[in-house]
Every structure is written in C-alpha cells, then in structure tokens.
Design a protein around this ligand. Sequence first.
Ligand SMILES: NC(=O)c1ccc[n+]([C@@H]2O[C@H](COP(=O)([O-])OP(=O)(O)OC[C@H]3O[C@@H](n4cnc5c(N)ncnc54)[C@H](OP(=O)(O)O)[C@@H]3O)[C@@H](O)[C@H]2O)c1
Length: 346
Amino acid sequence: MAYAQKALVITDIGQPVVLVHDHAIPEPGPNQVQIKVTVAGLNPHDGKSRDAGLFISQSLPAVLANDVVGKVVKVGQGVAGITIGDRIVSQAVFAPGSLQNGLQEYALAAVGSMAKVPDSITDDEAATLPTNIIAPLVALFKVLEIPAPWSPTAEDFDYVNASILIVGGGSNCGKFSVQLAKLAGIGRIIVVGGNESELNGFGATHVIDRHAGYDVVLGRVREMVGDDLIYAFDSVNPPDGQILALNALSSHKRGTLARLLPLGPIDESKVLGKKAGFDVRNVFGSSQVHPELAGPFWERVPEYLEAGKLKSLPYVVKHGLEAGYVNEVLDAYRDGNSVFKTHIHL
Ligand SMILES: NC(=O)c1ccc[n+]([C@@H]2O[C@H](COP(=O)([O-])OP(=O)(O)OC[C@H]3O[C@@H](n4cnc5c(N)ncnc54)[C@H](OP(=O)(O)O)[C@@H]3O)[C@@H](O)[C@H]2O)c1
C-alpha cells in the first residue's frame, strides 16, 4: 500500500464514524481494479457494523459502505474487458479487513462482484443495486432453489406456473426480489407490503396491504395460491411476517421460507397444519460467498440495466465525505426510524 487518502472510519465499536486523512490507499491485486469512488451507498447493516461490530470487529479501523460506484484508475492482472476510465458498480466484500468499501477516496473492486455501468445509467442509479439485489438473488436462486434464468436447469423449470410470496415489498430488498422474480418469468408474484403501483411496475402480479390485518392478508394469499405455495421470501423479517409466510405455504408439499436476518428459531406453535413439514433458511447476500451465482449475474447486469429489466430504486444524496451525514443515517437505522436509501457523493 502506498500514499494516504481521506476516509470515514470506525476506530472503536459503538462510537461514531470519524474522518481521517491518512488512510492507506489499497493497490489492486490479480482480478481486481482500483477505483476512485464517486458514490458510497449506506444500508441497515452499516449501522450494525458501527454499533455492534458486524463484519468489522476483528479489523479496526474499518471503512463502511458495501454499495460502491467509481471510476477505474488502475487495472490488476487478469481483468478482462475493463479499462482505465470505465465506471464500475461493485459489492464490497463483507469481511474483516475489506479494502473494497466505499467511504474512502480510493477502493478496490473485484471480478465476480462488479459490473461496468452502462452510459445510460447514472452512478447513483447503479449504486442502488449491490447489497439489496444480491440478497434476493441469493434468496430466490440459491436458497429457494429456483433455477437462475441463465442456468442450464432453467430450461426444465416451469416458471410461468410457479408462484412466489414476497413479504416486505416496501423494503429495497423486497423491491429487487420482485424484479428478479419477474426477470425469471415467475407467473404469480404476490407481494405483501409496499406501494402497489411501484411494485406492479417492477412485475408484481398481486400486492396486498400489509396493514390489512393478519387473517385478511393470509386469506388473500391463500385465495390466490390455494394450498400449493412452496416459495416464500421475507425481506424484512418481523416475527409476524415470518409466521404469515409459513402459514401461506402448502400443507401437503414441503415449502421453504428464505429470510434475510438469522433471527433464531420460529415459534412453531403458530405454524399450523404443515403435514409435509417446511424449511426456514437464512440468506447471506454476498457475491463473494456465492460466486457461482453472483459471477454470471454481474456479467449480465449491464445488459439488464440497459434493457430496463432491472430498474434502480429511489435514493437521496449527501455531498462530501462528512462524518455527520453518515452518523445521522446510521443513527436513524439504529433508532428504527424510516430511512431513505442514502448515497454519499465523494
Ligand atoms: N442477510 C442479508 O444478506 C441482508 C442483505 C440486505 C439486507 N438485509 C437486512 O434486510 C432488512 C431489509 O433491508 P432493506 O435495506 O431492504 O430495508 P429498507 O429498504 O430500509 O426497508 C424499510 C421498509 O420496510 C417496510 N417494513 C417496515 N416494517 C415492516 C414490517 N413489519 N413488515 C413488512 N414490511 C415492513 C417499510 O415499507 P412499507 O411501509 O412501504 O411497507 C419500510 O419502508 C434489513 O434488516 C437489512 O439489514 C440482510
């Protein structure tokens, strides 16, 4: 490593992010590029990193933000199809000592977890993707075992007659899960929560108001899928959302709920009549942990964005590498306040 750069870092778990001027600039190794960061996007897990040490407790000082966009300034060995000056969107690795995170002037990005940003897409639009699309990508095409649309087994899978229930359609992960289900061609995409017209625009076939009451919501889902549902994804994971999803699953076919946060055991006394049993599986939405799925996906991201098959999500912008902005957003996540996805422009 050489030279020094400005970065926002965590030096002590539980303490605010602080600005430093002497953070080392990482040099790209094989299959990596160095980018000058233009946008760093924040997400709920960044608050958990700052406040509880998630992913970073073994490697302080640490830089946050796994949604990263920037311009390539150096290209490492073995990187094909990317040259200096290209704009790149990257999902930084969730691991101690990551050199890929966005709240620093220069970061690394790696083959298998990055894509070129097409000319028609802005840096901010691209920055809405990484964390919130890889989680549902893994949920649908790995954890629930629906074949990814480009995989060899896709040919034999009956997408049109498949149904999926997505709970938490108002979340960013929920919105991207709808887009991915549509991209795969799943025939019935039933969503609980979120804005109906927005979700219909992403491909939802049915949107149910999550405030309609548990029995009403469950009744409406079951009216649509009968007793045949085997795929459910909870992208927000309150206990009642998970129980709803499990009770919507078929009683005579073994179904699966994929959920984003490992929240401990389900209260099975509230899950009724599952003669064939059911599975609850946790999702870790990391490109690096699922290279066989994420690699081919990132290769296709430019084409999907250009064709409008993937659409960016809303965001707000804060200008400058200012600790105050970042701490405010992370405080809001911590306090359970409603947070608009925030992009820091470097
Ligand atoms: N495991 C992983 O790999 C992974 C990856 C990414 C995110 N996550 C986690 O997944 C969760 C979602 O992240 P996100 O960034 O997508 O969240 P987000 O966009 O901040 O989600 C907020 C929205 O969720 C909806 N919501 C809130 N409470 C709800 C409830 N009780 N039931 C259903 N919907 C509710 C609300 O929308 P409406 O009011 O419009 O319904 C709210 O605006 C976070 O906890 C995050 O840490 C995990």
